[in-house]
Write a protein of this length. Structure first.
Length: 277
């Protein structure tokens, strides 16, 4: 029996490629996590930037706590099974009145993983609605990979500014409106994107990429992941660093090394050697 989703909701996820909302974090929990993010930003002189936005769970103990939240993992287990790795995390933050957007894309396009048996949990740390630029999905588009083209648009929040090279009917879009602490779940091949933030508040989301333990990195020479539930009988991924406190030296060194390897996969064929700022 499912842990978090009903059998009907699991069936709907299989059919449409997504499920939301998931009541994941309490109001107190999400407020505490947002405070920790903004305390870091206040100390560093501005919004979290560049490489720090990616694989952040190896840098900050409180993000490691988020990726292991029982309600989040219960939902993931319902669609991926009991043995779960956290492969990556990425912040998607749009400042108030920010032109930043996310073009229509499929997550799997440049990740180099051996299977599309991958789920993203997007956790809202502030209100995500049509005005603030919430995600939007196209139901049923998770059944095949399509061609993408790179734009490297400065306002596009994706690594390569990648966008789907086929026509998408905007009238079919489902807007993923979430309250702080709620989350959405979507398949790695689902068409999704988001508009700029036209509100006077920040729109903050943490995307957590979960995979079953049988997957491999099929493009890069090495890859890392964190076992968050069950057992890993395959050991295709090296264990990621688990931080005991925020920004400890060991975490920073590990993050630097892994980021260099991941950039080789994400930016292969472009000549780029670092994440976009």
């Amino acid at each position: 029996m499912p842990r978090m989703l009903s059998e009907a909701e699991v069936a709907c996820y299989r059919d449409t490629g997504y499920h939301f909302p998931i009541d994941a974090l309490s109001a107190g929990e999400v407020a505490a996590f947002r405070n920790k993010l903004e305390d870091y930003e206040a100390g560093s002189g501005g919004p979290i930037q560049g490489e720090m936005r990616h694989r952040s769970h190896v840098l900050f103990a409180w993000i490691d706590e988020m990726i292991r939240h029982p309600k989040v993992l219960d939902a993931v287990e319902d669609v991926l099974g009991p043995n779960i790795l956290c492969w990556n995390t990425s912040f998607f933050i749009k400042e108030a009145r920010d032109p930043g957007f996310v073009s229509w894309h499929q997550d799997a396009t440049y990740w180099g993983l051996s299977s599309s048996d991958v789920a993203t949990v997007w956790i809202a740390m502030s209100p995500a609605n049509k005005v603030s630029g919430c995600m939007k999905f196209i139901a049923g588009t998770h059944r095949r990979q399509v061609v993408h083209q790179d734009t490297f648009d400065r306002d596009n929040l994706l690594t390569r500014g990648q966008e789907i090279a086929v026509e998408v009917n905007e009238q079919d879009a489902v807007h993923v409106e979430l309250k702080p602490g709620q989350a959405s779940l979507h398949h790695v091949l689902l068409f999704h994107g988001s508009e700029p933030n036209r509100s006077d508040e920040r729109r903050i989301g943490l995307a957590v990429r979960y995979i079953p333990t049988h997957l491999k990195q099929a493009v890069g020479s090495r890859d890392w992941a964190t076992l968050v539930r069950g057992k890993d009988a395959y050991h295709h991924f090296e264990p990621a660093h688990v931080p005991k406190r925020d920004l400890e030296p060991e975490a920073l060194a590990f993050h630097r090394m892994v980021s260099e390897e991941q950039v080789k996969v994400l930016y292969r064929g472009t000549g780029k050697t670092a994440y976009r700022a």
